[in-house]
Design a protein around this ligand. Structure first.
Ligand code: PGA
Length: 258
């Protein structure tokens, strides 16, 4: 078996936590995971909390990401935030194409593609989210939908770009619902994503690609997911809002029982 990729546990704080609340959570987390060296840890606060969280996390290995970005570098685009703004505020990563953006804010594979391009150009590591809805799974369209998210979202991205990317498989029916995909269900899609990457970027990029699972990840189910060959970490929503439970997931990703 090939060497396991370094795990990444990322917390998506969504529209939770004011600046002071986010700073408090980041401060707790910094202490709780300070002894864990073998996992990459990242948090994605709301835009208004990014600077204060980055400041709080100085001196720790925890990285900071944005939850979205706009596809231009600057301009008259009221309400939007650009890659250089995220970078200057302390972000190394940015989530692109989260299903909530696709569902509520008109995100399409086309806008995702523009955002991936501008993120890479701005030296941010994109975390591309893909995944099927309940109805699509029922209709046995899971692979079709994931393939389309990848084909269109990553259209025209060259090998250098593909090598930087992180992909998160998040079945929409498992997000915030308490329904986790079984480790086997997740593994089967993760394998499909890695095979897609092998065709698009070649063997070594596919082997190194980190594919996160997202959807109701908790301290109690992370170890089972991580035991799967192609699951390299998690994108965590609800359970990332509490420092103890998020730290439990970070620890659990190493196979430490929670
Ligand atoms: P959840 O969210 O962990 O609350 O299901 C995951 C996500 O949306 O990234």
């Amino acid at each position: 078996m090939m060497a396991k990729r370094r795990p990444l546990i990322a917390g998506n704080w969504k529209m939770f936590k004011t600046g002071p609340e986010a700073a408090e959570l980041a401060g707790q987390l910094k202490v709780l995971v300070s002894d864990i060296a073998d996992v990459d840890v990242l948090v994605a606060p709301a835009f208004t909390a990014i600077s204060v969280v980055a400041e709080t996390l100085k001196g720790s290995a925890i990285e900071v990401g944005g939850q979205d970005l706009f596809w231009e570098t600057e301009g008259a685009y009221t309400g939007q935030v650009s890659a250089p703004m995220l970078k200057a505020a302390g972000c190394s990563h940015v989530i692109v194409g989260h299903s909530e953006r696709r569902q509520y804010f008109g995100e399409t594979n086309g806008t995702v593609n523009r955002k991936i391009n501008i993120a890479l150009k701005g030296d941010l590591i994109p975390i591309l989210c893909v995944g099927e809805s309940d109805a699509e799974r029922e209709a046995q369209e899971t692979f079709l939908v994931v393939k389309e998210h990848l084909d269109k979202g990553l259209e025209g991205i060259d090998g250098d770009g593909l090598a930087k990317l992180i992909i998160a498989y998040e079945p929409v029916w498992a997000i915030g619902t308490g329904k986790t995909a079984t480790a086997e269900q997740a593994q089967e899609v993760h394998r499909f994503i890695r095979d897609w990457m092998e065709k698009a970027g070649g063997n070594s990029i596919a082997k190194a690609l980190r594919i996160l699972y997202g959807g109701s990840v908790k301290p109690g189910n992370i170890a089972g997911l991580m035991a799967m060959e192609d699951i390299d970490g998690a994108l965590v929503g609800g359970a990332s809002l509490d420092a103890e439970s998020f730290a439990g997931i970070v620890r659990g990703s190493l196979g430490v029982a929670q």
